[in-house]
Ligand binder design. Structure first.
Ligand SMILES: [Zn+2]
Length: 595
């Protein structure tokens, strides 16, 4: 039946064609095209190479930059910085990190991999490494040596990053002719976006005032880096005065008074919470104290900018058709934001200044490479929450949940459950791993994660799932705690991905590195009491960041579709016509791609 039906249907279609004048015209048109398509390709067509890739991919990151800074200060930006990116690029107004915790390393580990911490393995700035029994950072590496730092200074490498980056993929397809370089004040922010197969990453040592790297990349610093360092470029800022860029009234209008009650500045090397800030670090001459203080000023961004320019020139970035990658992450904004809070005059000023610094970087790329040959992406690693006392004053429920209170509540619950006879010494005393905060020297716990001492649990026959539930239930009773998740719950997928908080916790959980109980505070409440302003939560003030891509193949405009910095790498990969990084889970931002 089917066999006989098929030819007759073709016949019917032919008959129909004959009867329809419009279809006849269409058929004639199609027939007319046949010779065109069937002609063998001309010589020119045969030898035409695929369209050229951009010569340079430039990722610009500002550490701790909320999306709303673009709007709050937009009319005060210069023409060639953010305004150029917004005018000539595609900008997503609803870009959020979809992971928890929202820290520097997870953010920087996401941008060029397209992978959340659950895939990149970069679950936090630091975590408990169960294999070695040590607290590690996202990039610490005892097997390498620091180049340009002090002999005793620890080295860093990308070995804990589990995903490939856009740069790695470019180097794979160009037989390593693509150059990939990452630059930042912070090691993690230089290393993670560049990737494991990068040519180099450079960051700043507050011990020596040098731009440093590690033996992971090469055995000695390139000559141009030594020349940069030998000129002691940071030292010219000793005693420099950081003043407001524009008139004070504009700062009062947008950020309020310079020294509100909640802007408590301690441990600031003799500096205060008011302009002008004189940068010495409380020291009589240049050295560690001063270099540390420089981090907290726009001058460290300036230093980074001049180093990036040197890298472009000396590494000849973007000078041929094998696409190079330069990632530049400006860190001063994060230091300033932590010390003074997002609504401070200082944050307003460092934002206006980073706009000028980015303008200078883009102008420089224009002169050396041409922006038409460059694919630029701009984003941030996270936002920031208001200072809790500020949020409290506004009635937003700001508060600090003291670390000591959390730890004592959790220890009390564990002791009550597993030592009901109140034996002394308490055998449960070592069940929870304790960490000392480097700044305050007080006990705290890492990243809102409780880690259990597995050896102690094994010794006493305590089941991990059970004690996790005991601790989660206790944490849930602490005022200000919103939610708790146990390892078993996350591993079993006993969570709902339609609940954004649960989804973000799941995206931030990597079993070998994350803790056993994850504690989430209510909005505007800090889990811990060690810092003036901070970030890390799964809430919009920490997750909502700018996302702009500018370059050939990108249709400029404002886009309101939901997006994430995890979408940057797959989108760049699509424009570059390369394989997406190994673990990329972000989406290609199709709405802005020219077909
Ligand atoms: Zn930070």
């Amino acid at each position: 039946m089917a066999y006989t039906f098929f030819p007759s249907s073709v016949t019917m279609r032919r008959m129909t064609l004959r009867r329809s004048p419009r279809r006849v015209i269409a058929l004639v048109f199609c027939l007319a095209l046949i010779p065109f398509f069937s002609t063998p390709l001309s010589r020119a067509q045969r030898t035409t190479a695929p369209p050229k890739r951009p010569r340079l991919v430039l990722l610009v990151v500002v550490d701790q930059f909320r999306y709303d800074y673009l709007e709050r200060f937009g009319d005060l930006f210069g023409p060639n910085g953010f305004r150029r990116l917004l005018r000539d690029g595609a900008s997503w107004t609803q870009a959020n990190y979809d992971h928890f915790p929202t820290y520097t390393a997870p953010g920087h580990g996401t941008m060029m991999t397209g992978a959340y911490p659950a895939e990149s393995g970069i679950v936090a700035n630091e975590w408990w490494d169960r294999a070695s029994g040590k607290r590690v950072t996202s990039v610490s590496d005892e097997t390498e040596k620091l180049l340009g730092g002090e002999a005793t200074e620890a080295a860093s490498s990308p070995r804990r990053l589990l995903s490939s980056t856009v740069g790695d993929e470019l180097r794979l397809i160009t037989n390593d002719r693509s150059k990939v370089i990452g630059i930042s004040v912070k090691d993690r922010s230089a290393i993670l976006p560049a990737g494991r197969h990068a040519n180099a990453a450079y960051w700043w040592s507050i011990n020596t005032g040098n731009m440093v790297s590690s033996t992971y990349y090469f055995n000695e610093l390139p000559a141009w880096v030594n020349s940069f360092n030998n000129a002691k470029p940071a030292d010219k800022y000793f005693g420099a005065k950081w003043e407001r860029l524009i008139s004070e009234s504009e700062y009062v209008k947008r950020a309020g008074p310079d020294s509100p009650a909640w802007e408590t500045v301690t441990n600031a090397g003799g500096d205060t919470n008011a302009f002008p800030h004189v940068i010495t670090g409380g020291a009589k001459s240049t050295g560690r104290g001063f270099y540390w203080a420089l981090d907290y000023t726009p001058f460290s961004n300036e230093l980074l900018l001049s180093f990036a320019q040197q890298a472009i020139v000396n590494e000849q970035l973007g000078q041929d058709d094998d696409t190079d990658v330069l990632t530049v992450s400006f860190s001063a904004d994060d230091y300033v934001g932590h010390r003074y809070g997002p609504y401070s005059q200082e944050v307003m000023d460092v934002t206006l200044r980073v706009d000028r610094q980015i303008a200078e970087l883009l102008d420089f790329v224009q002169s050396r490479v041409g922006l038409s040959n460059t694919l630029v992406a701009f984003t941030a690693d996270h936002g920031v929450s208001p200072i809790p006392e500020h949020a409290a004053a506004l009635g937003l429920g700001g508060a600090r949940i003291k670390t000591a209170d959390i730890l004592s509540a959790l220890n009390a619950a564990v002791s009550a459950h597993y030592n009901p006879q109140r034996k002394s010494p308490d055998p449960t005393a070592d069940y929870l791993l304790r960490f000392i905060d480097a700044g305050t020297k007080r006990e705290w716990f890492l990243n809102g994660n409780v880690y259990f001492n597995y050896d102690a649990l094994k010794r006493d026959g305590v089941k991990l799932d059970e004690i996790s539930q005991v601790v989660a239930a206790a944490a849930q009773t602490i005022p200000g705690v919103a939610r708790c998740f146990t390892r078993a719950q996350l591993l079993r997928g006993a969570t709902s991905i339609t609940d954004p908080i649960e989804r973000r916790v799941l995206h931030g959980f990597y079993p070998a590195r994350s803790g056993d109980v994850v504690v989430i505070a209510e909005p505007y409440k800090y889990l811990g009491d060690t810092i003036t302003a901070t970030h890390g939560s799964p809430y919009s003030y920490d997750t909502h960041v700018p996302l702009i891509i500018m370059g050939s193949g990108i249709t400029p405009g404002r886009y309101f579709e939901p997006a994430s910095p995890a979408d940057i790498a797959p989108t760049l990969a699509a424009v570059l016509r390369i394989t997406s990084p190994s673990n990329a889970t972000g989406r290609v931002l199709l709405e802005a791609l020219r077909k």
